[in-house]
Design a protein around this ligand. Structure first.
Ligand code: ZN
Length: 175
């Protein structure tokens, strides 16, 4: 499989709902491997397949940015099956929406059910707020929801204005 390219806001694919994976075949396993490589090649707390223009329900997350292999999750068809009532606010970045972070309120703890690469149903309790944050952010991507969609209207408009301004100035996303 050729290498993956990150789809950038406002590409309409980022607003689309991803399809559940029916069979974890060789192609899906390769995609998961490629996505995992991207976690460290273009460091991020996580990636969802739609960020590469692939509408499949797959996410990869590592809240240690490669420092601790036990912190890596690769999930197929993940679902949040429980969320704490306590919510916390945190500034979220997104590789599909560079140039700034958006403050987002989310449940502090979550429980997630997913399939691992061998098709086994797994459940995991996420106690740490940053890992919970990464997972919720990536699962949102599977439903076409961006961190920007959680921000207040004023913040969202300001943010979009800032992005457009940079685009007018002809700045690339790497500046
Ligand atoms: Zn994102």
């Amino acid at each position: 499989m050729s290498h993956l390219n990150i789809v950038l806001f406002p590409d309409p694919i980022l607003k689309m709902k991803a399809e559940p994976v029916k069979i974890i075949d060789k192609e899906i396993k390769e995609l998961i491997a490629e996505m995992t490589k991207m976690l460290y090649k273009k460091p991020a707390g996580g990636y969802a397949a739609p960020q590469f223009g692939i509408l499949k329900r797959i996410i990869v997350v590592d809240d240690s940015y490669g420092k601790d292999p036990t912190r890596q999750f690769r999930m197929v068809n993940p679902e949040i099956i429980w969320a704490s009532e306590e919510e916390v606010s945190m500034a979220e970045g997104c590789m599909s929406i560079p140039w700034g972070r958006v403050e987002v309120m989310r449940p502090e703890k979550v429980k997630i059910r997913y399939l691992n690469e061998n098709g086994k149903i797994c459940e995991t309790d996420i106690e740490e707020d940053y890992m919970g944050r990464c997972l919720q952010h990536e699962i949102d991507h599977l439903d076409g929801i961006l961190s920007l969609d959680h921000a207040t209207k004023i913040r969202r408009e300001m943010f979009i204005k800032k992005i457009n301004r940079r685009r007018e100035l002809g700045k690339s996303f790497d500046d």
